[in-house]
Write a protein of this length. Structure first.
Ligand code: 5GP
Ligand code: MN
Length: 321
């Protein structure tokens, strides 16, 4: 599919979602690396917001563009790991101007918004989907590292249910390219700064459980973030740590992005499809990891969410009975 789509494109822009995570970075830069090595006559550029420091060692120097050039029209815009156009952020304008568009993604909420779409909601990650579309012999160690990074991050180091047999097969084939997996996993996934650990501790300490211990919630205000000197990208992983709490079905973590506007992250163990809840509030994601933004106090957000979660838990109980 990819080969055919890129065939006639002399210039290609690659873009991913706002606040890029490991899968977004891995899939966008993995594809970039592959194309620049194997399609040398094409112009390939990557547009992403600021990339978290943890991934920096794997990102080729000076490649990622944070602003769109005026008047530039690409033959093809490839949109990766993005459930909808809005999630492209600043690169959306470039996407709209491009002659052809393609989207490769694994969000259930994706409504096939591009001209060519390859959407596989069951896939572990966009990076695994990109891997499947490439010719194995043409994948270099650098490309392999980036795709492996994406898979590692979206599967929580292969722990989530989205990591299926095909994921492990892809990972094994990527390892054969010489990826130093223990180093990559330690440096990009587990290592945290002191401030990151402090804010994690704070969020856990101040968390509340409700609905008979089935839900856990916590929030961090802008003021607290400033106090610890942390940015939104430093808060990754907090909601996953909350989710492992025994008895919890849904974890909710929110942080203030603007005065009384919260970015909400949802994680589910089994019984609740949080992508449905996120979509209800104008966001999206996957059954077990989703998010949205909402105005109001954390209390308002929780009140609004509680009804949705209760309805799904009741549905589930009725099915079990
Ligand atoms: P996170 O909670 O880590 O920000 O996001 C979890 C998942 O939900 C990711 O796959 C992310 O792309 C998706 N997601 C998070 N926030 C939003 C949002 O506001 N809109 C949409 N469409 N998806 C989101
Ligand atoms: Mn992803």
């Amino acid at each position: 599919m990819l080969k055919k789509i890129i065939k006639d494109a002399a210039s290609i822009a690659i873009g991913g979602h706002i606040r890029p995570d490991g899968d977004c970075v891995g899939s966008c830069l993995g594809l970039y690396q592959y194309l620049t090595e194997n399609e040398t006559e094409k112009q390939v550029d990557v547009y992403l917001e600021e990339i978290p420091d943890a991934y920096a060692a794997y990102v080729p120097d000076g490649v990622v563009r944070h602003q769109i050039p005026e008047g530039k029209v690409y033959d093809l815009f490839i949109c990766l790991d993005c459930g909808d156009e809005e999630r492209l952020g600043f690169s959306k304008a470039l996407y709209e101007q491009a002659i052809h568009t393609c989207c490769i993604d694994h969000h259930v909420s994706n409504e096939e918004f591009a001209e060519y779409n390859h959407i596989v909601p069951d896939a572990s990650s966009t990076s695994e989907l990109v891997y499947d579309l490439l010719e194995y012999e043409k994948i270099s160690k650098k490309t392999a590292e980036l795709l492996y990074l994406g898979i590692v991050h979206d599967t929580g180091v292969f722990q989530y249910s989205c990591a299926g047999p095909s994921t492990f097969r892809a990972a094994a084939k990527l390892l054969e390219k010489g990826v130093d997996a223990p180093k990559l996993i330690q440096d990009t996934y587990y290592e945290k700064s002191y401030a990151q650990n402090q804010i994690l501790g704070r969020a856990l300490l101040e968390s509340i459980v409700f609905m008979d211990g089935k839900c856990i919630a916590s929030y961090i205000t802008k003021k607290t973030m400033d106090f610890y000197g942390v940015k939104p990208k430093d808060l990754d992983g907090i909601v996953s740590q909350m989710r492992v709490t025994k008895g919890v079905e849904v974890a909710i973590f929110m942080y203030e992005t603007d005065a009384s506007v919260y970015k909400v992250s949802l994680r589910s163990k089994e019984k609740v499809d949080v992508s449905r809840i996120a979509a209800y509030f104008g966001g999206g994601g996957h059954a077990k990891a989703a998010g949205f933004s909402m105005a109001g106090t954390p209390h308002d957000v929780l009140n609004n969410l509680a009804g949705q979660m209760e309805a799904q838990l009741l549905e589930e109980e009725a099915e079990e009975a």
